[in-house]
Design a protein around this ligand. Structure first.
Ligand code: SF4
Length: 358
């Protein structure tokens, strides 16, 4: 069995539910073959409806859903790309859902229903839909500091594509596809996992940027089922040595007691992990912790014992352009955090480009 650089075995689902239509696609059939080769129980469904059959007990229902993978076909509406500020011009989904157990996971507010992971069988159709979006981006393409990245496509909005890679092969296929796409375009993904071995030898031609999503060790208890941060950084180093542009997604930044020391150490660890990489192309994205009433309700039900602070003290309400409200840190806390990161990044990682703070 393959392992990540931290020695952890790859994640495998307990069962793979296979919708009927998904078997009409070569990529779908290859996912089934991979699952069977790894001893995963494959459950063919007679149609395309996912019959989940979950128990009433919410704890057990959560556990069963999180260990279930479903092979489905992305509908035309799912294949219509949406802008995804501030990360990228467009969001491209290879899957929806993630098997890890992070007590601040943003998916809790975005995806409805039981937290199973759906992977898409019609990857060729998804990729065939991308060229019309070239040059039509309004996020990074409109930003004079980022225009040189070309039209950007973000693959980790609704999933962590790296954790699914051993069972799907989707991420490798998409990196290879971007590698042969002779166009000013870039695929982007971020991950809390570390097994990059399947990606190292792909002819990526610099058109994919991997970022490691990292947080200090003191918050590891909020990131159940993910790879240790040191392993994520070691994986990122291997990607950089394989010629990929790389990045750090520091997220979510949590202003808990001791945050200065913790984030200072994290930046020092990142600098050590990326030391002496020739021609290092490194970006940093900084995302502070936020939540909505909806995501908090879902997360409270999934992780009732979590000590993650989602109280209203030290918070302020921010209205999104879609009219919904989210709780972000108040102005004084934001100022402290932002000033700290600007100063520490300048000293620990002076060659890094900070893409955004939010
Ligand atoms: S790894 Fe990312 S997508 Fe997966 S549960 Fe954690 S925060 Fe959510």
């Amino acid at each position: 069995m393959e392992t990540d650089v931290g020695g952890r075995a790859d994640w495998l689902p307990r069962r793979l539910l296979v919708t009927r239509s998904s078997m009409g696609f070569e990529h779908g059939r290859s996912i089934v073959a991979r699952a069977e080769a790894r001893g995963v129980e494959v459950v063919p469904l007679s149609g395309d409806r996912l019959a989940l059959d979950l128990p009433d007990d919410p704890r057990r229902a959560y556990a069963i859903a999180k260990s279930t993978l479903a092979l489905v076909v992305a509908s035309p509406s799912k294949r219509r790309l949406q802008p995804i500020a501030p990360s990228a011009d467009w969001r491209v989904d290879l899957a929806e859902g993630c098997p890890a157990h992070c007590s601040y996971c943003y998916l809790a507010g975005s995806l409805k229903g039981p937290p199973i992971t759906r992977v898409y069988a019609n990857l060729d159709e998804i990729l065939a839909g991308l060229p019309p979006y070239l040059g039509a981006g309004g996020v990074t393409s409109k930003d004079r500091h980022r225009m040189h990245e070309g039209t950007t496509f973000e693959a980790s909005c609704y999933t962590d594509p790296l954790v699914l890679e051993p069972i799907t092969g989707s991420l490798s296929a998409v990196i290879a596809w971007f590698g042969q796409w002779e166009a000013p375009a870039q695929l982007r993904f971020t991950s809390k996992f570390a097994n990059v071995a399947p990606l190292l030898d792909i002819a990526h031609h610099g058109r994919t940027r991997m970022r490691a999503s990292i947080n200090p060790a003191m918050f590891a208890r909020f990131e159940g089922g993910t790879a240790p941060v040191a392993a994520r950084l070691a994986g990122l180093r291997r990607m950089a040595l394989a010629g990929y542009p790389v990045g750090l997604t520091i997220a979510p930044i949590i202003a808990a007691t001791g945050w200065r020391e913790a984030y200072g150490r994290l930046l020092a660890d990142a600098a050590a992990a990326l030391a002496e990489v020739p021609d290092l192309d490194l970006t940093i994205e900084l995302i502070t912790h936020r939540f909505t009433a909806g995501s908090k309700a879902v997360l409270d039900s999934w992780y009732p014992g979590s000590s993650l602070d989602m109280g209203l003290s030290g918070r302020t309400t921010k209205r999104t352009k879609f009219g919904s409200e989210k709780q972000v840190y108040d102005a004084a806390t934001m100022r402290d955090l932002r000033g700290f990161f600007a100063e520490r990044i300048a000293s620990a990682l002076p060659l890094a480009r900070v893409l955004y703070w939010t």
